[in-house]
Design a binder for this molecule. Structure first.
Ligand code: MN
Length: 436
């Protein structure tokens, strides 16, 4: 394991009391985001327990110095793009600085704790924004179980396209319609044509679906024409979050031939607002699961021994649904599925290396979706199209309601947690939005 330091030490506790045992944001996590306090403008911060540390206030209090101060300056504004551009060493210096600042046995605690009212905001009173200005959004298809489930209706004997195990398949998606958690999603209208219909019609999408995906936030980019080698690709990943790649299946089925999704996906995408840094995730790196016997070896530009050994992540994912019926009965959200990022067929470094292998330039703040992360069995299916077999199977909720696809008022909630013996568990916070 690389980059494990005192900031990951499970014995480290914070003087911010709510951070102890916090399921998402203990002091070992320290994710970056952009928030506004009530009546204030957007600014960079770090989640700690149920509070947000304001980086500008910490800078003004003279708490950071050297590289940590430069990185805090880059992270203090209304978007994290300048911090994302800085690269790994700056991120690391800032993480260590923030960890020391918030640590109960930090060297400057006596000086810092009296400033708490200036440094901290109640997260519940703040508005969270997109963490970055997103120049480009690319959605991959790296969840092999989802790809297989999607292809079953086309050809049950060969559900995966012949390129699947060679090419990390993706399409260029729409950056302008990405919104942070909490912003409602409007059901889109579009052209639909079912297989048994002779002609298309225009109207509200009837097969509105969600897709449970990991968000990959790009840090330093590359010059146009200069591919990122696989061995360096991991250092271009700033951090991770959650993506809901909302999908109108009836629109998608008709429009996608042959160029792939367009209006079926561009009406809205939801991301979780906190970016869990590559450094925070270091203890939860694992080997990429070996390819099943008979699968082809990736081409050399996609292969790196170190990436295979530590380039995957063990992140438990959950998709939940909260309906009007559950709400009115006081019932909790219904858990639709649970899967894990080890269900991805490609590592994140392979996605970066592939995206740039022809010379395409990535920029700080670019967003990747990994593709829907489904587990191998129905309990792990990360979309309703899979869970309902494209509408043929009713899903029964604890309220007695049934679903095949989403109804208005439904709220989709994604959560993610990293747990490992000897480590403090960390979470991603929620990615949630209601269909209206
Ligand atoms: Mn997707």
């Amino acid at each position: 394991m690389r980059s494990i330091d005192e900031s990951h030490d499970p014995r480290r506790v914070s003087w911010v009391a709510s951070a102890q045992g916090h399921a998402e944001f203990p002091i070992q996590n320290l994710p970056f985001g952009v928030f506004s306090p009530a009546g204030g403008s957007p600014r960079g911060g770090v989640a700690i327990g149920d509070q947000i540390l304001e980086l500008r206030a910490a800078l003004e209090a003279g708490i950071f110095s050297g590289e940590a101060a430069r990185a805090a300056e880059a992270a203090a504004g209304p978007s994290l793009n300048p911090l994302m551009a800085c690269g790994k060493n700056a991120r690391l210096a800032l993480r260590r600085g923030v960890s020391a600042l918030l640590s109960a046995d930090g060297p400057d605690r006596a000086k810092i704790e009296p400033l708490a009212a200036r440094l901290l905001h109640n997260a519940a009173d703040c508005t969270l924004h997109l963490p970055a200005t997103i120049g480009s959004f690319t959605d991959f298809f790296a969840g092999i179980h989802h790809a297989r489930n999607g292809g079953m209706r086309r050809d049950p004997n060969n559900p995966l396209n012949p390129n699947y195990k060679y090419v990390p398949v993706a399409y260029h998606s729409r950056a302008s319609s990405v919104r942070p958690s909490g912003v409602p999603i409007r059901r889109p209208s579009g052209q639909r044509k079912a297989i048994n219909e002779d002609a298309p019609s225009f109207g509200r999408a009837q097969k509105l679906d969600y897709e449970l995906e990991l968000a990959v936030w790009i840090g330093p980019g590359n010059e146009l024409g200069e591919p990122i080698p696989i061995a360096e690709a991991g250092d271009h990943v700033f951090g991770l979050g959650l993506v809901n790649d909302w999908s109108a299946r009836d629109v998608q089925g008709w429009e996608s031939q042959p160029l792939g999704p367009f209006l079926a996906k561009n009406f809205g995408t939801t991301v979780s607002p906190w970016v869990i840094t590559s450094e925070a995730l270091a203890p939860f790196r694992v080997a990429q699961p070996p390819r099943p016997a008979g699968d082809p070896q990736p081409l050399p530009y996609l292969w790196d021994d170190a990436d295979q050994q530590t380039g995957a992540f063990d992140i438990a994912l959950e998709a939940l649904l909260l309906t009007e019926g559950l709400r009115s009965k006081g019932l909790p959200p219904h858990r639709m599925s649970a899967s894990n990022t080890t269900d991805l067929y490609w590592t994140l470094a392979q996605l970066v290396a592939h995206h740039t292998c022809g010379g395409c330039n990535l920029a700080p703040g670019d967003l990747f979706g990994t593709g829907t992360i489904s587990g191998p069995t129905p309990e792990g299916y990360g979309s309703l199209m899979e869970l309902s077999a494209d509408g043929q199977r009713q899903i029964v909720l604890a309220s007695g309601e049934t679903r095949t696809f989403l109804q208005n008022g439904d709220e989709v909630i994604f959560r993610a947690h990293c747990r490992k013996a000897g480590c403090t568990p960390i979470g991603f916070g929620e990615c949630r939005a209601r269909v209206v």
